[in-house]
Write a protein that binds this ligand. Sequence first.
Ligand code: COA
Length: 165
Amino acid sequence: MGETEHASGSRLKSGIDIRRVREADLDHIVGLDERVTELAKPDYWRDIFERYATRRVHERFFLVAEASGDTPEFKVLGYIVGEVRGWEFGSEPCGWVFAFAVEPGTRLQGIGEQLFEAISTEFRSAGMKIMRTMVPRQNQLHMAFFRSEGMVAGPYIQLEMELDW
Ligand SMILES: CC(C)(COP(=O)(O)OP(=O)(O)OC[C@H]1O[C@@H](n2cnc3c(N)ncnc32)[C@H](O)[C@@H]1OP(=O)(O)O)[C@@H](O)C(=O)NCCC(=O)NCCS
């Protein structure tokens, strides 16, 4: 990763700090997620905060990117959330990324990459050799981003069926 080995609380490339989430960030995260998905989910994010930022934090990583320096107004520009999961689906423990977004107005400036590198470093420090995520097959943005970071198709496929009601 760039200029640092540990993401939490440390400064990365100029202009952006990557650190662990704080409770005061939650409103910003709910707003950012709503701008991306057009759905406000305050209860969901409160639950994610409680689960991924307050317990077992040596293997759960909820990181945010914020503008560093003398910015007049504090602002979360992006977030990434993931955790170590093990022995499910016959897999040895690995790092899973399951939530990730950058503020629409500040994309294509490397913030997503810095968040991705920061959580990769956390997983590596936790002893993981593999990091995974899941993307919609037709979503070209997701595919372009994750492939550009070096991710490739893994050994599993997702199976599903509709449940009769
Ligand atoms: C995916 C996302 C997090 C990327 O954030 P970002 O800060 O714009 O990404 P970066 O600037 O670090 O881009 C890194 C690389 O990803 C690829 N990439 C990013 N956005 C791209 C786009 N719109 N089209 C093509 N490639 C793209 C590029 O290869 C880019 O490297 P380059 O700029 O040197 O060409 C952001 O677009 C986003 O929040 N999207 C909506 C939510 C989402 O899709 N989340 C991910 C899955 S849950």
